[in-house]
Design a protein around this ligand. Structure first.
Ligand SMILES: Cc1cc2nc3c(=O)[nH]c(=O)nc-3n(C[C@H](O)[C@H](O)[C@H](O)COP(=O)(O)OP(=O)(O)OC[C@H]3O[C@@H](n4cnc5c(N)ncnc54)[C@H](O)[C@@H]3O)c2cc1C
Length: 426
């Protein structure tokens, strides 16, 4: 019997999977601390999602001005490489194991990496049509925003001529504007909730300036067409999806399902890293983005999908400190773990636990998802009846995090409960 060729192995100090803002943030910061990480990305161009975004809206925190996603991505890459980060593209990680190995494939073959610390920064993906259970035939012309963006940015192609976009978060609104400016007619943006998910300013900038209609409270009941999309059947519906009025057709040749992001957590599930169903399957992490498996970290949109790029970058930089601490003083095993739990009108909180190894912790930024959507929001973190932090927000919607700075008072294991109060948006 022919002998199986053995898989070549490489030892690295820190392996980062994903060269988006989170992964590049971890890597650049670690390089600054004297550790030389290796970053792998399956795409030919590093920079993550911003590398395929031509619109402005990135970089306010990191570079103090708004810039197009592609420029933001290029700057992050340049900064990381200048700091000494090794970056390899066209490399897909197929599998990771709890003892911090990663099996990766690239055009030059398969390699198994053995790392002292592993960081997962694989971002998120949109829920496709199949997961949204939309009936009707399966004609060509149905896309997700991510695919449309790639077609447009990298190949200069448009998905069709007459487009219906399903979803109204900021990413959907920006996609509508980009396509309208590129020559598509946007027949409608359809949103099943009774309110717009994105910011009002974005509705004005992206939709109203282009005279694109926004149909709130509407559901797509069927996709029509033989071979190619010919239209969608929509109706004004209540919260359960029951039509409140007669369905009608919007003719179009393209339907784009946008938003509804879920963590790109395939590696997490396959390695058996404990995950949080409330975030859609992102791993459970502590305040330094360490998962429940020692030496494996996760950050960015993988832990809260999909928040702005600056937040992913900040997460990455914070995770770098955790990785550095892990490498320089590995955990003794005697740490106290304090759960962070969602309370009233809160669906999810990240991080999901604090890990105490001493008497004090720096303030921790909690990313909070409310349910339902609220206006005039007050967030509070309570431990055994005592407040540990609060914040205010004009509005909070389930698909986007609002933030709360937690000031941990003393070590303990009593749960930290985060609750939200406000007026439901209907
Ligand atoms: C259409 C659109 C518009 C947006 N507009 C804005 C905006 O205006 N402003 C803003 O701040 N944010 C915007 N965002 C959000 C922003 O892009 C994200 O918050 C940010 O990119 C998240 O960074 P990340 O590093 O967590 O993930 P990503 O940027 O998604 O990076 C993840 C990386 O991991 C790689 N990867 C995944 N799995 C593997 C694997 N198995 N092996 C190897 N590599 C892997 C991917 O190729 C990718 O490069 C937008 C997003 C979209 C989709």
């Amino acid at each position: 019997m022919a002998e199986q060729p053995s898989i070549p192995e490489r030892q690295v100090d820190v392996l980062v999977v994903g060269a988006g803002p989170a992964g590049l943030g971890v890597a650049a910061r670690l390089a600054g601390l004297g550790v030389a990480p290796l970053v792998l990305d399956r795409e030919p161009v590093p920079g993550g999602l911003p590398a395929q975004c031509e619109h402005p809206g990135f970089g306010l925190w990191a570079f103090r001005r708004l810039m197009p996603g592609q420029e933001f991505a290029a700057r992050l890459v340049e900064r990381a490489v200048r700091a000494g980060v090794r970056l390899e593209t066209d490399v897909t990680v197929l599998e990771v194991t709890p003892d911090r190995t990663a099996l990766a494939v690239s055009p030059s073959g398969i390699v198994r990496y053995r790392a002292q610390a592993l960081v997962l920064a694989t971002g998120c993906r949109e829920r496709p049509r199949s997961a949204r259970l939309i009936p009707g035939p399966r004609p060509a012309g149905v896309f997700n925003t991510g695919v449309v963006q790639r077609l447009h940015t990298f190949l200069g192609l448009l998905p069709g001529r007459e487009v219906v976009i399903v979803g109204s978060d900021d990413i959907s609104l920006v996609a509508a504007r980009t396509l309208a400016q590129a020559g598509c007619r946007i027949a409608a943006v359809v949103e099943e909730r009774p309110y717009r998910q994105g910011y009002l300013v974005n509705e004005w900038w992206s939709l109203r300036s282009q005279r694109i209609p926004l149909r709130l409270g509407h559901r797509v009941l069927r996709i029509l067409g033989d071979g190619r999309v010919a239209g969608v059947e929509v109706a004004l519906c209540d919260a359960t999806g029951t039509p409140l009025a007669n369905p009608y057709e919007i003719p179009c040749d393209t339907v784009i399902f946008s938003g509804e992001f879920v963590p790109e957590a395939t590696l997490v599930a396959q390695a058996g890293i404990p995950a949080d169903p409330r975030t859609g399957g992102g791993p459970l992490v502590d305040q330094e983005f360490q998962t429940e498996l020692a030496g494996i970290f996760a950050c960015g949109n993988l832990v809260h999908a999909a928040d702005p790029a600056d937040y992913a970058l900040v997460d990455g930089e914070r995770a770098a400190l955790g990785v550095w601490r892990y490498l320089t003083s590995p955990p003794s095993g005697g740490e106290l773990v304090q759960p962070v739990l969602p309370g009233q009108q809160v669906r999810a909180v990240v991080p999901q636990r604090l890990r105490w190894s001493g008497e004090r912790l720096d303030p921790v930024r909690l990313a909070v998802r409310v349910e339902p959507a609220l206006r005039a929001v007050r967030l509070r973190a309570i431990v055994a009846g005592q407040p540990w932090g609060w914040s205010l927000a004009p509005a909070a919607k389930p698909h986007r995090s609002v933030y709360l700075w937690l000031r941990p008072a003393r070590p303990g294991d009593a749960p930290i409960v985060v609750e939200a109060r406000g007026w439901p948006i209907v």
